[in-house]
Design a binder for this molecule. Structure first.
Ligand SMILES: [Zn+2]
Ligand SMILES: [Zn+2]
Length: 375
């Protein structure tokens, strides 16, 4: 009886008894089933009879039953997953058997020995690759095509990924018979652990390839042209499916994750899908109203500043922000009254004359608030 049998087979279910059934009940259930299913009775129950006999063999023996219960509680009662997530979630609480194997990358399929698949022989998806690009502010709004030089690990050309020198090829490890795992007995369990002779690969290379020193992989430089979609923001990641490291043995390629850096623009700012801009106006323009040209990424527009506009007021120019598939953002134009640092004598005289004819107390409301001292 192997540990694999213990984890995969539900003996209690085979006999139709509960987990805490006393031996007497187990015996009764077994006798009944054995009569029904006996091969001589010719009812096609041969397979079931084998299961029932095996279940009886374990559950009728106190020692074996205890070991069985322990194995089931340790590894869960689901089927042993074969290189994928456990069907029915057999392994509790994120229990990672890879950790148990000392990070050797052991796969579940071979943990319990007798795994017929040679490790690492199947198709392998290529790794995801991360790269960084810098895209100018306006290019990021419109979308851009940028060349990307990538250094990624790929199959060595000299040995075509085998790791063995030209004219030679790796052979199956004699210690583990090419399984990459060896069995170790502990009590009545047969555990499998990575083979130390081949470091779990199942293959031995006598003469390593000179180019890759036996690893089968070399760094390669690739130049890709990637399309950065319109509207990408600073720090955003763009995933380009299938543009990462090529897969191995027919596996799909990994993805390319492009982290986009967008440096700030001297004039435009960005708030989500909206663009921002500050447009200075003169005092007369703010007071009298004006038509003010405002740049947008799609070309200049004319903003109508109404008479009596206060400094700091923001106007919305619809659809002139970040372009989007469904709808574009807006351009938020903040008007700021520009104050001249110097005045000509003539201008000063005119301004003083203006002040005399248009007396104004913009702080009247502050004077009232100041009547009570602030505590
Ligand atoms: Zn080996
Ligand atoms: Zn090589």
């Amino acid at each position: 009886m192997s540990a694999r049998d213990y984890v995969e087979k539900d003996y209690y279910k085979a006999l139709g008894v509960s987990k805490d059934a006393p031996t007497a009940d187990i015996k009764k259930a077994y006798r009944k089933l054995a009569r029904e299913l006996h091969p001589d009775s010719n009812n096609g129950g041969e397979e079931r009879f084998k299961d029932v006999s095996e279940a009886w063999d374990v559950l009728s023996d106190d020692t074996k039953r205890r070991e069985y219960d322990e194995a089931r509680s340790l590894f869960g009662s689901g089927a042993v997953p074969r290189g994928g997530p456990a069907p029915g979630g057999g392994f509790p609480g994120g229990f990672d058997l890879g950790d148990l194997l000392g990070g050797a990358g052991g796969t579940f399929s071979n943990l319990f020995g007798g795994g017929s698949r040679s490790r690492g022989a199947g198709p392998k998806r290529g790794d995801d690759v991360e790269a960084r690009v810098t895209v100018a502010f306006l290019d990021a709004l419109r979308g851009a095509t940028v060349p990307l030089r990538l250094t990624t690990s790929g199959a060595c050309d000299s040995c075509r990924g085998s790791g063995a020198a030209a004219g030679t090829s790796p052979h199956a490890c004699t210690v583990c018979g090419g399984q990459g795992m060896v069995s170790r007995n502990q009590g009545s369990f047969s555990f499998a652990e990575p083979c130390t002779a081949c470091r779990g690969t199942g293959r031995v290379i006598d003469t390593p390839c000179l180019t890759c020193h036996g690893s089968g992989a070399t760094n390669k430089e690739r130049t890709l042209t990637v399309r950065i979609p319109a509207g990408v923001a600073d720090g955003q990641k763009v995933r380009l499916a299938g543009r990462g490291t090529p897969g191995e043995r027919g596996g799909p390629a990994g993805d390319l994750l492009v982290v986009v850096t967008v440096p700030p623009h001297p004039v435009f700012g960005r708030r989500g899908d909206h663009l921002t801009i500050t447009v200075p106006v003169t005092y007369p323009e703010a007071v009298l109203g004006a038509q003010v040209p405002v740049p947008t990424p799609a070309g200049p527009v004319t903003l109508k500043v109404p008479a009596g506009t206060t400094s700091g007021r923001t106007f919305r120019v619809r659809g002139k922000g970040v372009p989007g598939k469904a709808s574009s953002g807006d351009l938020l134009v903040t008007v700021e009254v520009a104050v001249p640092a110097t005045l000509s004598a003539e201008a000063r005289t005119a301004l003083e004359a203006y002040a005399a004819v248009a007396p104004q107390d913009p702080r009247a409301h502050l004077a009232a608030a100041g009547a009570e001292p602030v505590r």
